[in-house]
Write a protein that binds this ligand. Structure first.
Ligand SMILES: [Mn+2]
Length: 325
């Protein structure tokens, strides 16, 4: 396996700060997914084993129920319910502009901030920035950090890291599944992580509510096969149902882009009575830059995932067809 020496300096600084730190906070992003949760859990276990220190886990939302059978019955602390001033290091894991950005101004002046992320266009100002969209998951970057320290990756840590990798690669189906991702995953399986168990809980056991929500969206999908486009609409009524979360909505886009012949998925959601939000998703191999489309519509984002907002209302006709007026 090729272990990159990228982030050599950052890893060195992070290790130094962790050695000195007394109070460590790890924050996962809002609506935490497998990667955010897996990386936070892996990191706190690593800190316990490698540095013999406890750390605090925080998130603005609760620990995902579906991950408890794999990662354990863990609780996230709500950032507003802990004394943020006491921490001397705060580490944001994954999508740091969806959570860490909300606490960064409330920390003590001496606190060292660290962002570990694989999302593009992150502008959050931190002391140690370990960010590169080349990685499939934040858990992949964490693996490299643990490996660079020659730290022991036990079964618990391996399971948490693999949970993030499985989540963000769609169980090794997305184009971000690089040779390194597979090599790392193989090492994690060797350390005791079970791919079958992780996949079972991450995907197969989706709640019935989620499946119903997906069903409604897939039913409404219009396929334009000549242009490789799949467009669906999520009404306010759909959004108000149990299965609707930002995560389950983005899953719909992932499902649609895996359909042969579909290059771009467009999800139109009625986010306010007269405002619609469009989310554009594509896969790397489709060779489409959806941010250009989003920009034309007054929005933005990056090559593979972009969005826009505009006024409009989704109208469903009697025969179940829909249009935007
Ligand atoms: Mn991620």
């Amino acid at each position: 396996m090729q272990i990159t020496d990228q982030f050599y300096k950052e890893f060195h600084s992070l290790n130094y700060v962790l050695k000195k730190a007394k109070n460590i906070l790890i924050i996962a992003h809002s609506f935490p997914d497998s990667d955010a949760t897996g990386s936070a859990v892996a990191f706190s276990n690593f800190i316990k084993n490698h540095y013999q220190k406890e750390s605090t886990l925080a998130c603005f939302d609760e620990f995902p129920e579906f991950l408890k059978p794999i990662l354990g019955d863990i609780k996230f602390n709500h950032p507003e319910e802990i004394n943020l001033k006491k921490f001397d290091i705060v580490i944001g894991c994954d999508s740091v502009e969806r959570g860490m950005d909300r606490i960064i101004n409330k920390l003590s002046d001496n606190c060292i901030t660290v962002a570990i992320d694989h999302h593009p266009d992150i502008n959050l100002e931190v002391d140690i920035k370990i960010i590169d969209p080349i990685y499939a998951a934040t858990c992949e970057i964490l693996y490299n950090f643990f490996h660079s320290l020659r730290g022991k990756i036990d079964k618990k840590i391996a399971t948490a890291l693999l949970t993030g990798i499985v989540g963000d690669t769609g169980a090794f189906q997305h184009s971000n599944t690089s040779a390194n991702v597979l090599a790392i995953s193989s090492d994690l399986v060797n350390a005791g992580a079970s791919i079958a168990k992780i996949i079972d809980h991450s995907f197969a056991n989706k709640k019935i509510d989620t499946l119903k929500f997906w069903g409604k969206a897939i039913e409404k999908t219009k396929f334009f096969t000549e242009s490789g486009l799949a467009v669906t609409a999520i009404t306010q009524e759909d959004i108000d149902t149990q299965g609707s979360t930002p995560e389950s909505t983005s899953d719909i886009a992932n499902i649609l882009t895996t359909i042969p012949g579909i290059k771009v998925a467009v999800i139109i959601s009625q986010i306010k009575p007269n405002i619609i939000k469009g989310s554009l998703r594509t896969e790397k191999h489709a060779n489409v830059n959806v941010s250009k489309i989003a920009q034309t519509l007054g929005g933005g984002g990056h090559k593979l995932a972009s969005g826009f907002e505009m006024s409009g209302k989704i109208i469903i006709s009697k025969n179940g067809d829909w249009q935007i007026v």
